[in-house]
Ligand binder design. Structure first.
Ligand SMILES: [Zn+2]
Length: 427
């Protein structure tokens, strides 16, 4: 595929001073030139226009993609009552349903300009195949939950699925396998440590939910005398050679902030889902950022968000911190943009930043819209005013997934129709 982006504004770093106008040439998946004279004789595709703003596409740091099937199914309930609703239906999800839910999620991600996701679910090899078909990046967290909450074949099946996910990701430029024990309250210690051993021996990321609710923290303190992240540290969950991704961390202590910083762990923060399920706590983002932990924004599943729109999530993230901490300067727009469009890439996929010689991962936003004018500060408009529907085109790994809002890798109409036709079978 060769593609010319002509006369576009480029945001190579999340700061206003770095923004410049230029042409970009992509040949054989790679950014081959960035300059105002850059041209190709007969480009297959051209993205043209003064109103186009280009930056690396956001990566969703924590989600459950097939849960798009349950969008709007259960609202206005606290976590455990909501989970009971969800588990009743989720138990019916076989590979077929997982594929359909992931197709809907992939379509939503492409239309919203998201370049990939760190997913956490069962049947990750099925999810990975759909992401490859869609052309999106995936960090596939093969779920480990030996208890009887969901009927997903049990622990043995989950380990086999991890094996299939590892095989699928081998040699794929888009996929990274990962192992994902559900949480320290739902998975026994020896199984959590087995998962950490597997992550270490395969050199893959290790995902877990941690300190999501106050109840989880209280239960951990009652049972083990310490809160969840501290306990994970005590039992040897964090390893020198392993990259850990902890979802939520809504209720953590200063000591736990320091533990996460010491291990340079990634925190997959999902502010919209946390607010909707009324967790009450606020992840201490400014403190975490100053300790060396990596903050990466996520949406959580569409059953608790209810969208996968990371542009909306950015705006909410800043507002949550400002409101909770009585300080609108504590988490400025540049920081949340870094935590959505750069942080995860810097940690897990450096070769996809906007630079000559790198793999081309680019999202093009169209600023030709009343809610994005005037443009005193482009970063302010992106964080506080833009939505997923402002995405014009999306390129991942040098492939064009959407051009001028037309999805090129998936059949949009067919997926929407299939969802409408089939989803009633679940209930
Ligand atoms: Zn989650």
């Amino acid at each position: 595929m060769d593609l010319l982006l002509q006369d576009v504004l480029i945001i190579p770093q999340p700061d206003v001073a770095s923004i410049y106008r230029s042409n970009i040439v992509i040949e054989d998946n790679i950014i081959s030139e960035i300059s105002s004279q850059a041209q190709i004789p007969d480009p297959e595709y051209i993205i043209n226009g003064k109103s186009i703003v280009v930056l690396p596409p956001p990566i969703n740091s924590h989600t459950h993609l097939p849960m798009t099937l349950l969008r709007g199914f259960s609202d206005n309930k606290p976590l455990y009552a909501w989970l009971e609703d969800i588990w009743k239906v989720e138990g019916k999800f076989d590979a077929d349903w997982i594929a359909l839910g992931t197709k809907l999620a992939a379509l939503e991600m492409i239309k919203g300009g998201t370049g990939g996701a760190a997913d956490f679910y069962f049947h990750e090899s099925v999810i990975g195949k759909v992401l490859v078909e869609a052309g999106l990046r995936g960090w596939l967290g093969a779920g480990i939950l030996p208890s009887a909450f969901v009927d997903q074949g049990g622990y043995e099946f989950q380990l086999e699925e991890l094996g299939r996910t590892l095989d699928l990701a081998k040699g794929s430029p888009l996929l990274t396998a990962s192992v994902a024990p559900h949480s320290q309250v739902t998975v026994p210690e020896e199984t959590i440590l087995k998962a950490a051993d597997l992550a270490q021996s395969h050199q893959i990321p290790l995902m877990i939910h941690a300190s999501e609710t106050r109840k989880e923290v209280m239960d951990s303190e009652d049972k083990y005398g310490v809160p969840p992240v501290e306990r994970l540290d005590q039992i040897g969950f964090f390893r020198e050679e392993t990259n850990e991704i902890l979802a939520h961390c809504t209720w953590i202590t200063q000591r736990e902030v320091e533990i996460l910083g010491k291990h340079q762990a990634t925190v997959g923060w999902c502010p919209v889902s946390s607010q909707k399920l009324a967790y009450g706590g606020t992840t201490p983002i400014p403190e975490l950022r100053s300790t060396g932990a990596v903050i990466a924004l996520g949406t959580d599943g569409a059953a608790s968000n209810n969208t996968l729109d990371l542009w909306r999530e950015m705006r909410e993230a800043v507002n949550v911190i400002s409101a909770a901490r009585w300080d609108p300067a504590l988490y400025p727009a540049e920081h949340v943009l870094e935590d959505t469009n750069w942080a995860f890439r810097r940690k897990f996929h450096l070769e996809s930043l906007i630079k000559v010689g790198n793999q081309a991962d680019l999202v093009a936003l169209d600023f030709h819209s009343p809610h994005l004018r005037p443009t005193y500060n482009i970063i302010s408009n992106i964080v506080y005013a833009a939505n997923g529907s402002d995405v014009h085109s999306l390129i991942v790994n040098g492939n064009l997934l959407m051009l001028n809002r037309e999805v090129l890798t998936l059949n949009e109409e067919q997926i929407l129709e299939e969802i409408e036709d089939r989803v009633k079978e679940l209930f």
